[in-house]
Design a protein around this ligand. Structure first.
Ligand code: PEP
Ligand code: MN
Length: 343
């Protein structure tokens, strides 16, 4: 961190700044520019507590040099992390696919979906038991019964289960049934929930907030990791933009940016990212080509009858087609040693 002084800052203004830094047990280093002086802070800046340099006389601005998200940052952890979820590796070079209906609607619907997901070669079954719906009158999910069906579907297929948790109170219950806890877009900055999943002892799938910057997203991961849980996987699911044709604007550049900024894996959800089933396949292919560690996709045995997100849900047939392409693209990239980006 550096404190940039105003051009007309006096020697005593600079002395005051140095005093605050040294009183916190840190080192101050004054650098002379042609116009301004800069005071560099050396050491752990958390020791500064609430020190507010910007309200001190003669201070122009404070600029952070190192990242506020130390645990999630690649800066302090150059090696890419591989996250193990009940024996399935995310970030290990094989794209991981999480698929299933938007919501768990019944045992029959879930079992049918689970069998298709398994047969097509995906590793995870998804399905919401607690649904964060825009309207309180929309289907809210089967709650604990939905979790039970998910656990039964896991027994039946051997798929791992990822499902959303929407409240702090529900964390222990969801953690009891699921292999991976999903924090949805609407809760990405629910800091109480982030801390609770950080203490739940299960890997976390952290979706990007509806209008979150990468910096906010990375700091959300930091909240989880700071509670002692290193197993966080990002999921890009589109952000709000001025475009109304698509439900969200899928930001595939986030894959490359997160890979550069963080050691944690990132997967892409082209279903919520576009809101249109026709766009899921091309965006899924592009995500894999861009270096995503996996995909999350909605698939419903009968999308026309889905209780939520039917328009973006793949039919079983479409899903198999997407899976086939994903397998071929990743096999080709591996065979030809295509490395999506230089980190
Ligand atoms: C979901 O995955 O079912 C979901 C609600 O997604 P998001 O939080 O990305 O909207
Ligand atoms: Mn959905």
């Amino acid at each position: 961190m550096v404190v940039i002084m105003q051009p007309d800052a006096s020697a005593s203004n600079i002395k005051d700044v140095i005093e605050v830094i040294e009183q916190a047990g840190l080192q101050a280093k004054v650098m002379e520019g042609t116009q301004q002086k800069i005071v560099g802070v050396i050491g752990d800046k958390t020791k500064l507590g609430d020190a507010n340099f910007e309200s001190m006389d003669g201070v122009d601005e404070v600029v952070s040099i190192s990242k506020s998200y130390k645990l999630a940052s690649r800066e302090f952890h150059p090696q890419s992390s591989v996250i193990d979820v009940a024996g399935v590796q995310i970030g290990g070079g094989v794209p991981v696919v999480m698929a299933g209906p938007c919501a768990v609607e019944s045992r029959e619907q879930l079992f049918e979906a689970a069998d298709i997901v398994k047969e097509a070669g995906a590793q995870f079954l998804r399905g919401g038991a607690y649904k964060p719906r825009t309207s309180p009158y929309s289907f809210q999910g089967l709650e604990e019964l939905g979790l039970k069906y998910l656990a039964e579907a896991r027994e039946r297929t051997g798929l791992r289960v990822v499902t959303e948790v929407t409240t702090v109170e529900a964390v222990p219950r969801v953690a009891e049934y699921a292999d991976m806890l999903q924090v949805g877009a609407r809760n990405m900055q629910n800091f109480g929930l982030l801390k609770a999943v950080g203490r739940a002892g299960k890997p976390v799938l952290l979706k990007r907030g509806l209008a979150a910057t990468l910096n906010e997203w990375l700091n959300a991961a930091e909240y989880i990791m700071n509670e002692g849980n290193p197993d966080v996987v990002f999921c890009e699911r589109g952000i709000r933009s001025y475009e109304t044709y698509t439900r969200n604007t899928l930001d595939l550049s986030a894959v490359a940016a997160i890979k550069h900024l963080s050691h944690l894996p990132i997967i892409v959800d082209p279903s919520h990212g576009t809101g249109k089933w026709r766009m899921v396949k091309p965006m899924a292919f592009a995500a894999i080509a861009a270096g995503a560690d996996g995909l999350m996709m909605e698939m419903h045995p009968n999308p026309a009858r889905a209780l939520s997100d039917g328009p973006q849900s793949l039919t079983p047939e479409n899903f198999r087609e997407v899976m086939d392409g994903v397998h071929k693209i990743s096999a080709f990239m591996k065979q030809e040693h295509i490395v999506p980006m230089t980190i």
